[in-house]
Ligand binder design. Sequence first.
Ligand SMILES: O=P(O)(O)OC[C@H]1O[C@H](O[C@H]2O[C@H](CO)[C@@H](O)[C@H](O)[C@H]2O)[C@H](O)[C@@H](O)[C@@H]1O
Ligand SMILES: [Mg+2]
Length: 265
Amino acid sequence: MSYQKQSLSASKPDAVSGEDSILAVLSAEPENWALFMDIDGTLLELAETPDDIVVPPSLPANLDVLATRLAGALALVTGRGLDYADQLFSPFHFPIAGLHGAERRDPDGRLRKAEVTAEFERLKADLAAETAGWAGVLIEDKGAAVAAHYRLAPDRELELEPLMERALSRAGPNWTIQHGKMVIEIRPASADKGNAVEAFLAHPVFAGRRAIAIGDDVTDEAMFRTVNRLGGHSIRVGPLSPASEARGSIPSAEALRGIIETLAS
Ligand SMILES: O=P(O)(O)OC[C@H]1O[C@H](O[C@H]2O[C@H](CO)[C@@H](O)[C@H](O)[C@H]2O)[C@H](O)[C@@H](O)[C@@H]1O
Ligand SMILES: [Mg+2]
């Protein structure tokens, strides 16, 4: 059932639906493609807490080689704060969008950060205080966004929902709720991952290329819709579900890293 959509899309002449076809299009025509990848759950396996993720030592250099093959047309598009995500791939600095698209560093190094108001700072502190006694709930301060993680306390989801909704009303119209894997976030409403992909594609390094977007979560649906509309390819890590607009899938982050390693070698 979950593969029905995949086989439908695979029947299209230019569908990219799995590891072999991603490898094929990128290695055959690297000058024609741009690659946009999510981080958690896509390039890296999910971990119990945000700081427990492991970056395999070969990944940053493999990404750098692949980025060079694509003449720079490779960007990371993440819900993480830009600075946090950037240091995961040190010493390389790829074009990157953080906070689900609200922060961006373009290929020319131009940086756009989201504004953090004094009221938002107070709101984050209050959320941390209100959940201080909730064992297993983690509040992740991401500057202009805040995430309430319940992976270690799944029973708290129902209590976190109204708490985050109340915090959102306090934050005002410039913020929005973002659901994710065992997490509820308040993020800037100014841009989503689809907007970030379009902004990158307007830059000369990316312009004129077709986009491949690879992600694993609800937040990635915005970039899937964008690349589908623009004639690119949308790939979900994990099984396809009818709820996703991704048209292809690869089984795991490890499989994606294998593709990257092959393309880099
Ligand atoms: O857009 P992404 O790069 O996938 O980032 C989405 C969120 O990822 C992180 O949370 C998720 O991964 C954690 C580590 O594996 C996991 O513990 C958590 O349950 C997941 O929701 C990150 O902490 C968030 O800030 C990102 O928005
Ligand atoms: Mg993800």
